[in-house]
Design a protein around this ligand. Structure first.
Ligand SMILES: NC(=O)c1ccc[n+]([C@@H]2O[C@H](COP(=O)([O-])OP(=O)(O)OC[C@H]3O[C@@H](n4cnc5c(N)ncnc54)[C@H](OP(=O)(O)O)[C@@H]3O)[C@@H](O)[C@H]2O)c1
Length: 286
């Protein structure tokens, strides 16, 4: 049985989740989600921008579990990030998912009118259409301002995080604010230098576990919820098999030394990089 975290509104969330980013073949995505649920995952992470909410909805219907046993997250895309846009985007996502409610609804990126969008999310939350609301990719300064001005505090902030990009100060800040940090690309998207890292390999060998299992266990031990993707049934099962061992304090310390302090992907800190990203965001077919 998987352990759970309690969100700041009392809702329980599994300590690990299964993500479906880049799974654009709908049949393959549906089968993978059914397999993931069969394997034991209960949190499934999709997004309007992933173009596979239909497949996730079908998998939820066909998996044989009661809806209440699952925790489904979806996300509002940038082009819908405004008060009216959020209502429209949520309605579209629900139609694609074919569900009555989602467990967690996130603002996918801190661009466009995310304060206006939050008003709409607060209304959806009050109406019981979503069990919890949160944000995604908010840096600490944006999150602080957001929490300061809003009535409902985000339950979750979902950010890139793995042993190469640890974000410990942000994690501490979120913990102090009672906001759960979720980690995307917890295996650095499977990059070869990550899976071959000597420190992680040594710790993995000591526990007869894999590098992936050590990286995921490290997150859970620091109170972070990793959302991991695998299309392979064996790796899917391995990634979930992290609740029968614990890293020692010394091992946690060793892993903390691997932090580079920067993203494993293309940084988006300049105005030009953001403009390019936003232009690309407009091309998504929702
Ligand atoms: N909110 C956001 O902005 C955002 C951004 C990115 C991702 N996400 C979410 O986070 C999820 C996970 O992130 P991600 O897909 O980028 O990266 P990830 O989970 O860190 O890595 C996935 C990659 O690692 C491989 N892999 C999985 N388990 C493995 C294992 N045990 N050993 C070796 N290789 C393994 C997978 O290949 P196989 O499939 O072949 O196993 C895949 O290529 C996404 O699916 C999505 O739900 C959110």
């Amino acid at each position: 049985m998987q352990e759970k975290f309690i969100l700041n509104n009392g809702v329980e969330m599994p300590k690990i989740g299964y993500g479906v980013f880049r799974m654009t073949d709908l049949k393959a995505c549906e089968e993978a989600v059914i397999q993931a649920i069969k394997t034991g995952y209960r949190l499934i992470d999709t997004a309007a921008a992933y173009a596979n909410e239909v497949a996730v909805g079908q998998a939820v219907k066909k998996c044989g579990l009661d809806r209440k046993e699952l925790f489904i997250t979806t996300k509002l895309w940038i082009t819908d990030t405004s008060y009216e846009g959020a209502k429209r985007g949520f309605a579209r996502s629900m139609e694609k998912l074919g569900l009555d409610y989602v467990d967690l609804y996130l603002i996918h990126q801190p661009y466009n009118d995310y304060y206006g969008a939050w008003r709409a999310l607060e209304e959806l939350y009050a109406a019981g259409k979503v069990r919890a609301i949160g944000v995604d990719n908010f840096t600490q300064d944006k999150l602080a301002d957001f929490v300061y001005w809003n009535k409902v505090k985000p339950a979750v902030n979902f950010v890139e995080c793995n042993p190469f990009y640890q974000r410990e100060a942000e994690r501490t800040y979120m913990e102090n604010k009672d906001i759960v940090m979720q980690a995307w690309s917890p295996l650095a998207a499977g990059q070869a230098d990550f899976l071959a890292n000597a420190t992680l390999q040594t710790i993995a060998a000591a526990h007869e576990k894999s590098v992936a299992q050590v990286a995921l266990r490290w997150q859970v031990q620091r109170g972070v919820v990793p959302i991991v993707k695998s299309a392979n049934a064996q790796r899917m099962a391995d990634n979930l098999n992290i609740f029968d061992f614990a890293l020692t304090d010394a091992e946690m310390q060793e892993i903390s030394k691997l932090d580079t302090g920067h993203t494993c992907f293309a940084p988006r800190q300049t105005g030009v990089a953001v403009e390019e990203f936003l232009e690309n965001a407009k091309l998504y077919e929702l």
